[in-house]
Design a protein around this ligand. Structure first.
Ligand code: SF4
Length: 150
């Protein structure tokens, strides 16, 4: 399977307490007015990559304990995102999405360990993580999702 990826890099900030491989998906259909990543709205600006190529790039970072999917909007490429999650093995899997948790299919959430969800809204900006107060952080705990107080 192929999808559109903007870049893959190391992240020290997106998963608290963990070194992560950050996979930036290209394209976002949500178009929040206050988006800080408008350069990633156009899916056509990304590189066409196969699931196997993305997984090989992730495996080039053996010290990373986590993989974080962000963008852009990873869930605009739901099947591609799911195929990567199913192939990368035991690393912690984290999703940043502008959509709400209730929108996400269980076939995807079953694969994930942590989700930061909801659109960025400038009028709700806070000087902490995540960046606006409407955004929720959900953690999987023994198979159930709990909302983390941030
Ligand atoms: S969902 Fe994220 S990438 Fe998409 S417009 Fe909103 S803030 Fe920007």
């Amino acid at each position: 399977m192929y999808g559109s990826i903007a870049r893959i890099t190391t992240s020290f900030i997106d998963v608290p307490g963990s070194i992560a491989v950050a996979v930036y998906f290209a394209g976002c259909s949500i178009r929040c007015p206050d988006c800080q990543n408008k350069q990633l709205w156009d899916r056509a600006q990304g590189l066409a990559m196969s699931t196997d190529t993305v997984v090989a790039c992730i495996q080039e970072h053996p010290l990373a304990e986590a993989v974080v999917f962000l963008g852009g909007e990873p869930t605009d490429q739901l099947d591609f995102l799911h195929s990567i999650c199913c192939t990368i093995g035991s690393k912690k899997k984290v999703l940043y999405t502008g959509r709400e948790f209730e929108w996400l299919p269980t076939t995807l959430t079953d694969q994930l360990d942590m989700i930061v969800c909801g659109p960025y809204r400038q009028e709700l900006h806070v000087n902490k993580w995540p960046a606006s107060s409407n955004q929720r952080v959900l953690l999987k705990d023994q198979g159930s999702w709990i909302t983390q107080v941030t």
